[in-house]
Design a protein around this ligand. Structure first.
Ligand code: SF4
Ligand code: SF4
Length: 343
Protein backbone atom coordinates (compact mmCIF):
# COMPACT_ATOMS: atom_id res chain seq x y z
CA UNK A 1 0.00 0.00 0.00
CA UNK A 2 2.85 2.38 0.80
CA UNK A 3 4.47 1.64 -2.53
CA UNK A 4 1.26 2.32 -4.50
CA UNK A 5 0.78 5.55 -2.61
CA UNK A 6 4.33 6.78 -3.14
CA UNK A 7 4.28 5.75 -6.81
CA UNK A 8 1.24 7.97 -7.31
CA UNK A 9 3.24 10.96 -6.05
CA UNK A 10 1.62 11.17 -2.61
CA UNK A 11 3.80 11.44 0.45
CA UNK A 12 2.08 12.38 3.76
CA UNK A 13 1.88 9.79 6.58
CA UNK A 14 0.00 10.48 9.80
CA UNK A 15 0.79 8.74 13.07
CA UNK A 16 0.64 9.25 16.83
CA UNK A 17 2.35 8.00 19.98
CA UNK A 18 -0.76 6.09 21.06
CA UNK A 19 -1.96 4.64 17.76
CA UNK A 20 -2.05 0.84 17.56
CA UNK A 21 -0.86 0.47 21.14
CA UNK A 22 2.37 2.35 20.39
CA UNK A 23 3.24 0.36 17.26
CA UNK A 24 2.16 2.86 14.60
CA UNK A 25 5.48 4.74 14.54
CA UNK A 26 7.37 1.42 14.46
CA UNK A 27 5.29 0.40 11.42
CA UNK A 28 6.16 3.70 9.75
CA UNK A 29 9.84 2.91 10.23
CA UNK A 30 9.53 -0.53 8.67
CA UNK A 31 7.20 0.39 5.81
CA UNK A 32 8.52 3.84 4.91
CA UNK A 33 11.61 5.14 6.71
CA UNK A 34 13.75 2.05 6.11
CA UNK A 35 12.71 1.88 2.44
CA UNK A 36 12.61 5.43 1.08
CA UNK A 37 14.95 8.46 1.20
CA UNK A 38 14.02 10.63 4.21
CA UNK A 39 13.35 13.72 2.08
CA UNK A 40 10.87 11.86 -0.16
CA UNK A 41 8.02 11.73 2.39
CA UNK A 42 6.42 13.69 5.22
CA UNK A 43 5.94 12.06 8.64
CA UNK A 44 3.50 13.39 11.21
CA UNK A 45 3.14 12.34 14.83
CA UNK A 46 1.49 13.65 17.97
CA UNK A 47 2.10 14.32 21.67
CA UNK A 48 -0.68 12.93 23.93
CA UNK A 49 -1.76 15.07 26.93
CA UNK A 50 -3.16 12.02 28.68
CA UNK A 51 0.23 10.29 28.79
CA UNK A 52 1.98 13.23 30.49
CA UNK A 53 2.42 13.55 34.27
CA UNK A 54 5.14 16.21 34.22
CA UNK A 55 6.92 18.59 31.82
CA UNK A 56 9.74 16.04 31.53
CA UNK A 57 7.35 13.70 29.74
CA UNK A 58 7.34 15.97 26.67
CA UNK A 59 10.96 15.09 25.84
CA UNK A 60 10.66 11.52 27.08
CA UNK A 61 7.75 10.81 24.72
CA UNK A 62 9.20 12.82 21.82
CA UNK A 63 12.58 11.07 21.98
CA UNK A 64 10.86 7.70 22.13
CA UNK A 65 8.85 8.64 19.04
CA UNK A 66 11.98 9.59 17.11
CA UNK A 67 13.53 6.27 18.12
CA UNK A 68 10.46 4.24 17.21
CA UNK A 69 10.16 5.88 13.78
CA UNK A 70 13.93 5.79 13.17
CA UNK A 71 14.14 9.48 12.26
CA UNK A 72 15.93 12.64 13.43
CA UNK A 73 12.91 14.89 12.93
CA UNK A 74 9.18 14.92 12.24
CA UNK A 75 7.91 17.02 9.34
CA UNK A 76 4.64 17.73 11.11
CA UNK A 77 4.17 17.48 14.88
CA UNK A 78 0.89 17.95 16.67
CA UNK A 79 -0.43 18.35 20.18
CA UNK A 80 -2.89 15.47 20.05
CA UNK A 81 -6.66 15.92 20.33
CA UNK A 82 -6.96 19.33 21.95
CA UNK A 83 -10.41 19.82 23.46
CA UNK A 84 -11.87 21.27 26.63
CA UNK A 85 -10.57 18.33 28.66
CA UNK A 86 -6.92 18.37 27.41
CA UNK A 87 -6.02 22.00 26.85
CA UNK A 88 -5.17 22.59 30.52
CA UNK A 89 -2.50 19.87 30.43
CA UNK A 90 -0.90 21.32 27.30
CA UNK A 91 -0.87 24.78 28.88
CA UNK A 92 0.33 23.54 32.30
CA UNK A 93 3.37 21.89 30.73
CA UNK A 94 3.95 24.80 28.33
CA UNK A 95 3.73 22.51 25.31
CA UNK A 96 3.27 25.31 22.75
CA UNK A 97 6.58 26.95 23.73
CA UNK A 98 8.17 23.51 23.86
CA UNK A 99 6.98 22.80 20.30
CA UNK A 100 8.59 26.03 19.11
CA UNK A 101 11.81 25.06 20.86
CA UNK A 102 11.82 21.70 19.08
CA UNK A 103 11.25 23.53 15.83
CA UNK A 104 14.23 25.80 16.52
CA UNK A 105 16.31 22.67 17.15
CA UNK A 106 15.24 21.31 13.74
CA UNK A 107 13.47 18.30 15.25
CA UNK A 108 10.04 19.52 14.13
CA UNK A 109 9.55 21.19 10.76
CA UNK A 110 5.95 22.32 11.26
CA UNK A 111 4.05 22.61 14.55
CA UNK A 112 0.28 22.39 15.04
CA UNK A 113 -2.46 20.47 16.82
CA UNK A 114 -5.35 18.16 16.19
CA UNK A 115 -8.64 19.41 17.52
CA UNK A 116 -11.87 17.93 18.86
CA UNK A 117 -13.30 20.80 20.91
CA UNK A 118 -15.79 23.60 20.38
CA UNK A 119 -15.58 26.72 18.25
CA UNK A 120 -15.06 29.16 21.15
CA UNK A 121 -12.07 27.27 22.52
CA UNK A 122 -10.52 27.06 19.06
CA UNK A 123 -10.70 30.85 18.71
CA UNK A 124 -9.16 31.32 22.17
CA UNK A 125 -6.25 28.99 21.37
CA UNK A 126 -5.54 30.58 17.99
CA UNK A 127 -5.61 34.07 19.56
CA UNK A 128 -3.19 32.97 22.27
CA UNK A 129 -0.90 30.90 20.04
CA UNK A 130 -0.46 32.56 16.66
CA UNK A 131 2.68 30.43 16.22
CA UNK A 132 0.51 27.43 15.29
CA UNK A 133 1.09 26.62 11.60
CA UNK A 134 -1.76 24.22 10.88
CA UNK A 135 -4.70 22.50 12.56
CA UNK A 136 -6.11 19.02 11.99
CA UNK A 137 -9.89 18.67 12.35
CA UNK A 138 -12.58 16.08 11.73
CA UNK A 139 -14.26 17.25 8.55
CA UNK A 140 -16.79 15.57 6.30
CA UNK A 141 -20.09 16.54 4.74
CA UNK A 142 -22.19 14.61 7.23
CA UNK A 143 -20.55 16.35 10.22
CA UNK A 144 -20.60 19.81 8.62
CA UNK A 145 -23.46 20.89 10.89
CA UNK A 146 -23.13 18.14 13.51
CA UNK A 147 -23.80 19.97 16.82
CA UNK A 148 -20.96 18.15 18.60
CA UNK A 149 -18.33 17.80 15.85
CA UNK A 150 -19.06 21.18 14.17
CA UNK A 151 -16.84 20.59 11.12
CA UNK A 152 -18.27 23.61 9.30
CA UNK A 153 -17.77 26.07 12.17
CA UNK A 154 -14.21 24.91 12.84
CA UNK A 155 -13.29 24.97 9.16
CA UNK A 156 -14.65 28.50 8.72
CA UNK A 157 -12.61 29.78 11.70
CA UNK A 158 -9.40 28.30 10.28
CA UNK A 159 -10.10 29.32 6.71
CA UNK A 160 -10.86 32.93 7.71
CA UNK A 161 -7.47 33.11 9.45
CA UNK A 162 -5.58 31.53 6.58
CA UNK A 163 -4.50 28.56 8.73
CA UNK A 164 -3.96 25.40 6.65
CA UNK A 165 -6.39 22.59 7.50
CA UNK A 166 -5.53 18.91 7.65
CA UNK A 167 -8.67 16.84 7.34
CA UNK A 168 -9.23 13.69 9.38
CA UNK A 169 -12.24 11.40 9.07
CA UNK A 170 -13.24 12.63 5.59
CA UNK A 171 -15.21 9.41 5.10
CA UNK A 172 -16.38 9.42 8.73
CA UNK A 173 -14.77 6.13 9.68
CA UNK A 174 -16.19 4.45 6.56
CA UNK A 175 -19.78 5.65 7.12
CA UNK A 176 -19.70 7.67 3.90
CA UNK A 177 -18.33 4.78 1.84
CA UNK A 178 -21.73 3.13 1.74
CA UNK A 179 -25.08 4.87 2.15
CA UNK A 180 -28.72 3.75 2.07
CA UNK A 181 -29.55 2.41 -1.40
CA UNK A 182 -31.72 5.36 -2.44
CA UNK A 183 -28.97 7.85 -1.63
CA UNK A 184 -26.26 5.85 -3.35
CA UNK A 185 -28.46 5.78 -6.48
CA UNK A 186 -28.42 9.57 -6.59
CA UNK A 187 -24.61 9.68 -6.60
CA UNK A 188 -24.41 6.84 -9.13
CA UNK A 189 -26.81 8.65 -11.45
CA UNK A 190 -24.52 11.68 -11.42
CA UNK A 191 -21.19 9.82 -11.78
CA UNK A 192 -21.73 6.12 -12.56
CA UNK A 193 -18.05 5.17 -12.48
CA UNK A 194 -17.19 6.83 -9.18
CA UNK A 195 -17.31 5.20 -5.76
CA UNK A 196 -19.54 6.51 -2.98
CA UNK A 197 -16.45 7.26 -0.87
CA UNK A 198 -15.03 9.44 -3.65
CA UNK A 199 -17.79 11.99 -3.05
CA UNK A 200 -16.67 12.39 0.56
CA UNK A 201 -13.02 12.78 -0.41
CA UNK A 202 -13.82 15.27 -3.14
CA UNK A 203 -16.01 17.27 -0.73
CA UNK A 204 -13.14 17.65 1.75
CA UNK A 205 -10.40 18.23 -0.79
CA UNK A 206 -12.43 20.82 -2.72
CA UNK A 207 -12.48 23.24 0.21
CA UNK A 208 -10.06 26.18 -0.04
CA UNK A 209 -7.31 26.05 2.57
CA UNK A 210 -7.33 22.26 2.95
CA UNK A 211 -3.69 21.19 2.92
CA UNK A 212 -4.12 17.44 2.99
CA UNK A 213 -6.85 14.85 3.44
CA UNK A 214 -6.13 11.80 5.60
CA UNK A 215 -8.31 8.96 4.49
CA UNK A 216 -7.24 6.09 6.74
CA UNK A 217 -7.15 3.28 4.19
CA UNK A 218 -6.92 -0.34 5.31
CA UNK A 219 -7.02 -2.38 2.10
CA UNK A 220 -5.56 -2.41 -1.40
CA UNK A 221 -9.05 -1.81 -2.79
CA UNK A 222 -9.50 1.37 -0.74
CA UNK A 223 -6.04 2.54 -1.78
CA UNK A 224 -6.81 1.96 -5.46
CA UNK A 225 -10.11 3.79 -5.22
CA UNK A 226 -8.60 6.76 -3.37
CA UNK A 227 -5.73 7.02 -5.82
CA UNK A 228 -8.27 7.07 -8.64
CA UNK A 229 -10.01 9.99 -6.93
CA UNK A 230 -6.85 11.99 -6.35
CA UNK A 231 -4.70 11.09 -9.37
CA UNK A 232 -6.77 13.40 -11.59
CA UNK A 233 -8.54 15.39 -8.91
CA UNK A 234 -11.75 17.16 -9.88
CA UNK A 235 -13.22 19.59 -7.32
CA UNK A 236 -16.98 19.33 -6.78
CA UNK A 237 -18.93 21.46 -9.26
CA UNK A 238 -21.66 23.72 -7.88
CA UNK A 239 -24.30 21.17 -9.00
CA UNK A 240 -22.40 18.42 -7.21
CA UNK A 241 -22.15 20.57 -4.06
CA UNK A 242 -25.93 20.88 -4.12
CA UNK A 243 -26.30 17.13 -4.59
CA UNK A 244 -24.08 16.46 -1.56
CA UNK A 245 -26.14 18.91 0.53
CA UNK A 246 -29.36 17.25 -0.58
CA UNK A 247 -28.03 13.74 0.20
CA UNK A 248 -26.88 15.00 3.62
CA UNK A 249 -30.32 16.43 4.41
CA UNK A 250 -31.99 13.16 3.41
CA UNK A 251 -29.53 11.10 5.47
CA UNK A 252 -30.10 13.20 8.58
CA UNK A 253 -33.87 13.33 8.27
CA UNK A 254 -34.76 11.77 11.66
CA UNK A 255 -37.03 13.19 14.40
CA UNK A 256 -35.07 15.10 17.04
CA UNK A 257 -35.78 16.59 20.46
CA UNK A 258 -37.12 20.07 19.65
CA UNK A 259 -35.01 21.93 22.22
CA UNK A 260 -34.09 25.45 21.12
CA UNK A 261 -31.39 25.85 23.81
CA UNK A 262 -33.16 28.88 25.31
CA UNK A 263 -31.94 27.69 28.74
CA UNK A 264 -35.07 28.84 30.59
CA UNK A 265 -35.04 25.47 32.33
CA UNK A 266 -31.47 25.60 33.58
CA UNK A 267 -31.27 28.06 36.48
CA UNK A 268 -34.06 26.48 38.50
CA UNK A 269 -32.85 22.88 38.26
CA UNK A 270 -31.90 21.75 41.79
CA UNK A 271 -29.54 19.14 40.31
CA UNK A 272 -27.71 21.59 37.99
CA UNK A 273 -28.56 19.47 34.97
CA UNK A 274 -27.55 21.20 31.76
CA UNK A 275 -30.67 20.07 29.94
CA UNK A 276 -30.04 21.67 26.49
CA UNK A 277 -26.49 20.32 26.30
CA UNK A 278 -27.70 16.84 27.25
CA UNK A 279 -30.37 17.08 24.56
CA UNK A 280 -27.69 18.17 22.11
CA UNK A 281 -25.78 14.96 22.89
CA UNK A 282 -28.95 12.85 22.66
CA UNK A 283 -29.85 14.39 19.29
CA UNK A 284 -26.38 13.71 17.99
CA UNK A 285 -26.78 10.04 18.88
CA UNK A 286 -30.11 9.96 17.02
CA UNK A 287 -28.48 11.48 13.94
CA UNK A 288 -25.31 9.41 14.03
CA UNK A 289 -26.24 6.07 15.62
CA UNK A 290 -23.06 4.42 14.33
CA UNK A 291 -20.83 7.02 15.91
CA UNK A 292 -21.84 7.42 19.56
CA UNK A 293 -18.33 7.84 20.95
CA UNK A 294 -18.21 11.60 20.30
CA UNK A 295 -21.49 12.65 21.97
CA UNK A 296 -20.79 10.31 24.89
CA UNK A 297 -17.37 11.86 25.34
CA UNK A 298 -18.91 15.34 25.06
CA UNK A 299 -21.45 14.46 27.78
CA UNK A 300 -18.75 12.99 30.02
CA UNK A 301 -16.78 16.22 29.63
CA UNK A 302 -19.83 18.25 30.72
CA UNK A 303 -20.25 16.15 33.86
CA UNK A 304 -16.56 15.76 34.72
CA UNK A 305 -15.90 19.51 34.48
CA UNK A 306 -18.91 20.42 36.63
CA UNK A 307 -20.87 22.00 33.78
CA UNK A 308 -23.79 19.61 34.27
CA UNK A 309 -25.28 17.10 36.63
CA UNK A 310 -25.85 13.66 35.15
CA UNK A 311 -29.09 13.00 33.27
CA UNK A 312 -29.65 10.22 35.80
CA UNK A 313 -29.55 12.75 38.69
CA UNK A 314 -33.01 14.15 37.79
CA UNK A 315 -35.34 14.00 40.82
CA UNK A 316 -38.42 14.64 38.68
CA UNK A 317 -39.40 17.84 40.50
CA UNK A 318 -40.95 19.19 37.29
CA UNK A 319 -39.55 22.72 37.53
CA UNK A 320 -38.04 22.55 34.07
CA UNK A 321 -41.21 21.33 32.35
CA UNK A 322 -43.19 24.21 33.89
CA UNK A 323 -41.01 26.80 32.15
CA UNK A 324 -40.15 25.12 28.83
CA UNK A 325 -41.65 27.21 26.00
CA UNK A 326 -41.48 24.16 23.71
CA UNK A 327 -43.58 22.11 26.20
CA UNK A 328 -41.09 19.28 26.03
CA UNK A 329 -41.60 16.22 28.29
CA UNK A 330 -38.15 16.89 29.74
CA UNK A 331 -38.24 14.27 32.51
CA UNK A 332 -39.03 11.46 30.08
CA UNK A 333 -36.55 12.73 27.52
CA UNK A 334 -33.82 12.88 30.18
CA UNK A 335 -34.57 9.28 31.16
CA UNK A 336 -34.17 8.25 27.52
CA UNK A 337 -30.96 10.25 27.23
CA UNK A 338 -29.65 8.73 30.44
CA UNK A 339 -30.16 5.21 29.08
CA UNK A 340 -27.72 6.13 26.27
CA UNK A 341 -25.33 8.49 28.00
CA UNK A 342 -25.03 7.12 31.53
CA UNK A 343 -24.81 3.50 30.37
S1 SF4 B 1 -37.29 17.64 36.75
FE1 SF4 B 1 -35.17 16.98 36.77
S2 SF4 B 1 -34.20 18.18 35.19
FE2 SF4 B 1 -36.13 19.17 35.63
S3 SF4 B 1 -35.62 20.73 37.13
FE3 SF4 B 1 -36.21 18.91 38.27
S4 SF4 B 1 -34.31 17.80 38.65
FE4 SF4 B 1 -33.87 19.31 37.06
S1 SF4 C 1 -36.58 25.33 28.34
FE1 SF4 C 1 -37.03 23.71 26.86
S2 SF4 C 1 -36.36 24.52 24.88
FE2 SF4 C 1 -35.42 25.81 26.47
S3 SF4 C 1 -33.43 24.85 26.86
FE3 SF4 C 1 -34.83 23.95 28.32
S4 SF4 C 1 -35.56 22.09 27.31
FE4 SF4 C 1 -34.64 23.36 25.74
Amino acid sequence: MVDSYMAAGLNYFDSAYVYHGGKSEVAMKEAIVDRYPRESFYLASKLPAWEMKSANDRDRIFNEQLYRAGVDYFDFYLLHSIEEGHIDTYEKYDCFAWGLQKKAEGKIKHFGFSYHGGADLLVQILDKHPEVEFVQIQLNYLDWENPVVRSGDLYKILESRGIPVIVMEPVKGGTLASLPEKLEARYKAARPDDSIASWALRFAASLPGVMTVLSGMSSDEQMADNLKTFAHFEPLSSEEQELVKSVTRAYLDVPLIGCTACRYCCDGCPMQINIPEIFRSANTIKLYPNDTWRPKSYYKGLVDTGRSGRAADCIQCGQCESVCPQHLPIITLLQEASAQLDA
